[in-house]
Design a protein around this ligand. Structure first.
Ligand code: MF3
Ligand code: CO
Length: 257
């Protein structure tokens, strides 16, 4: 069921999403060679809790039997890790690493979800920088279609086309999603597909749109921890996500300050 948020609910979504954006801003200050993803996790958790929120990813259940709940307050995925990387004292950032931070702040009953990708210190090459730019732009290509009367497939199609036109691949097994009281609500929003398909887009929907882009082939693998998703060909990946609000006119990006 797709939830349409009331005026009051939209205000609460705004607040949760603002906090999410602020956490990203705080983390960004600390992304430097020598810091561990465990330390980034602690910075995020402290920031969220001291601002009246809860890190919604911490303890999030796996859909697979026997896999422990997600242990981190953020997902921190490096280089060929695409999403759901587990923060660790042993993962220490170094020059040229491609680090993805994906986090959800829960506040007053609502969730804000956003992901960012950074290159640590000095980039290894221009192609890594282009991967980040294409991934971010794919989000903006997608939300051009996030308007009343269009269909979800219009967003999906725009993202997939833009990424492939630029010579990269989108992950097909994971997708964007509705968001609100729950982290994951209907509809699912794939990063590829046919235009003109899927549910109609209506004002009051809040959607997390999140291109996950691989430099090489689209195939992925899951590590034995049951969470970390890596590229099969070992090429790097990038992720860019915002929570948006559908309005009568242009969509509003709730997780940008
Ligand atoms: N934030 C992710 C998303 O974009 C989900 C994280 S999975 C979790 O949907 F287990 F870490 F919560
Ligand atoms: Co999301």
């Amino acid at each position: 069921m797709i939830t349409i948020k009331s005026k009051k609910e939209i205000e609460l979504m705004r607040a949760a999403c603002k906090l999410t954006a602020e956490v990203h801003e705080e983390i960004a200050k600390h992304i430097k060679p020598g810091i561990s993803t465990y330390e980034l996790d602690k910075i995020a958790e402290d920031f969220i809790r001291s601002h009246g929120g809860i890190p919604a990813e911490k303890g999030y259940p796996s859909y697979q039997k026997g896999v422990p709940n997600f242990p981190g307050s953020i997902c921190a995925s490096v280089n060929d890790e695409v999403i759901h990387g587990i923060p660790s004292k042993r993962v220490i950032l170094k020059d040229g690493d491609i680090i993805k931070i994906d986090l959800v702040a829960y506040k007053d009953g609502f969730n804000g979800d956003a992901a960012r990708t950074y290159i640590v210190g000095k980039p290894n090459n221009k192609e890594d920088e282009r991967l980040l730019e294409v991934t971010k732009q794919a989000f903006f290509e997608g939300i051009k279609y996030a308007v009343k009367g269009n269909r979800i497939g219009d967003i999906s199609h725009a993202i997939g086309e833009y990424v492939e036109k630029n010579g990269y691949s989108v992950v097909r097994e994971f997708q964007g999603h509705g968001i609100g009281r729950e982290m994951h609500e209907d509809p699912g929003i794939p990063n590829y597909g046919k235009a003109g398909r899927g549910p109609r887009i209506e004002p009051g929907m809040t959607l997390a749109i999140e291109p996950m882009v691989i430099m090489g082939k689209s195939d992925i693998l899951e590590l034995d921890d049951g969470w970390t998703i890596v590229t099969e060909d070992g090429t790097p990946a990038a992720h860019y996500e915002n929570t948006i609000l559908i309005t009568e006119k242009e969509p509003e990006i709730l997780t940008l300050l």
